[in-house]
Design a protein around this ligand. Structure first.
Ligand code: DOR
Ligand code: ZN
Length: 430
């Protein structure tokens, strides 16, 4: 039998007996045992097959921030991390607030071809928070934008947020809110709590997130609109989301790997690699993130991959930019935080890393079931492998990983995008 690729001896979703998966023309042609074919063979015995990961929240920094990341280096990091699609945030220079800029990002992603790059459009012109950007022209551009966000900043004006939600609804788009009341976080450096008090760092109160999410849920309810809450960090916010979902509000939410695993206890070393927005919070908050993800109140894991060149990070705490690398460590951190303790199984990983993000981002050929006739877009995972994180060894231009030197479980053995191997054993396809 002919084919493009034969994945041999793999367990879809880590369930049942091993099978062979034959891929032809980018699609799953056959699933069975002892398949033979004149195809490239990927020996996957002992490995787990998952649908390719989809990241709703990535900073690729291009245009304008190429010293920290490029679409090329970020695409490599994504493929190596098991991602087959990423949503690129528009806080670039120039800002992704027009069809020209989002089409540039989209085209560059397609040229590189390692991962589907979907630009997120800005909600407001220049992320200024004052005038709505031309959402419809971005939606009808070749980039077909279906997610809008001013990430890095909150769409704070309630009237503007209301109009954006209403307008996005007619485009079947979602507004992804960076929920942070700027009046409550002026000068903030760390989670407002005992650790920040002891270190003398100005506090970022969890209520600055919770209150914006509560307001936005009410606005989304009235508009019948889709709202997505970026990087939930506080247990109080989870309570708001739970109530809103129970009341039928069309709200979805993401949590980052770092808010699942890390806490503000790491700040005592004053290393700005731990500075991030929203800030790392308490162990109770992190526990509630893991509960909410397992329960489905938080829908997805999104990386908030935020590379920063050394000149922006290797400074004193107050001057350092917030953000952490995420694409190549997300799976391992999720396994450590949720799979090892038994809160998620591999099907759960597929749900929060692939299926739900694809649904929220309106991607039709990602996050699909592993079945004959479906796109061959996969991540092949070794669940028993361990590795040691080294920022300098990651594909990103920035090296700002908070997991430096940590030994973490699970590695990505291969990533497959529509039948094409984009990464294999730590190397991207040429
Ligand atoms: O930590 C963060 N970094 N949070 C954001 O909201 C923005 C991001 C960035 O662009 O660096
Ligand atoms: Zn953000």
């Amino acid at each position: 039998m002919t084919g493009d690729l034969l994945i041999r001896g793999v367990r879809p979703y880590g369930e049942g007996e091993p099978v062979d998966v034959l891929v032809r023309d980018g699609v799953v042609a056959e699933i069975g045992t002892r398949l033979s074919a004149t195809a490239e063979v990927l020996d996957a015995s002992g490995l787990v097959l998952l649908p390719g990961f989809v990241d709703l929240h990535t900073h690729l920094r291009e245009p304008g921030g190429e010293e920290s990341e490029t679409i090329e280096s970020g695409s490599a990091a994504a493929a190596l991390g098991g991602y087959t699609a990423v949503f690129a945030m528009p806080n670039t220079d120039p800002v992704g607030d027009s069809a020209v800029v989002v089409e540039h990002v989209w085209r560059r992603g397609a040229e590189i071809g390692l991962v589907d790059v979907h630009p997120v459009g800005a909600v407001t012109v220049g992320l200024g928070g004052e005038r709505m950007a031309e959402l419809a022209s971005m939606a009808s551009s070749r980039a077909r934008v279906r997610m809008f966000s001013d990430d890095g900043r909150c769409v704070h004006d309630p009237m503007l947020m209301r109009r954006a939600l209403e307008y996005a609804t007619s485009l079947d788009a979602v507004i992804a809110q960076h929920a942070e009341d700027p009046r409550l976080t002026e000068g903030a450096q760390a989670h407002e709590g005992v650790v920040a008090a002891r270190l003398g760092l100005a506090g970022w109160p969890a209520t600055a997130e919770e209150t914006v999410v509560a307001r936005d849920c009410a606005l989304a309810r009235d508009a019948g609109a889709r709202l997505h809450v970026c990087h939930v960090s506080s247990a109080h916010t989870v309570a708001v989301l739970r109530a809103a979902k129970a009341a039928g509000v069309r709200v979805t939410a993401e949590v980052t790997p770092h808010h699942l695993l890390l806490t503000d206890a790491t700040l005592t070393a004053y290393d700005p690699v731990h500075k991030v927005n929203p800030p790392l919070r308490t162990a109770d908050d992190a526990r509630e993130m893991r509960n909410a993800l397992a329960e489905g109140v938080i829908d997805v894991v999104a990386t908030d991959h935020a590379p920063h060149a050394a000149q922006y990070k290797d400074t004193e705490w107050a001057a350092a930019r917030p953000g952490m690398l995420g694409l190549q460590t997300a799976l391992s951190v999720l396994v450590r935080a949720c799979v090892e303790p038994g809160r998620l199984d591999w099907r759960g990983v597929a749900r929060v890393m692939s299926q739900r993000p694809a649904e929220i981002g309106r991607l039709r050929d990602q996050g699909r079931p592993i079945a004959v006739g479906e796109p061959a877009t996969f991540t092949v995972v070794d669940p028993d492998d361990m590795w040691t994180v080294r920022g300098a060894g990651l594909a990103s231009r920035g090296t700002n990983t908070p997991y430096e030197g940590m030994r973490l479980p699970a590695t990505v053995v291969a990533t497959v995008l529509r039948g094409r191997v984009t990464a294999r054993e730590g190397k991207v396809a040429a």
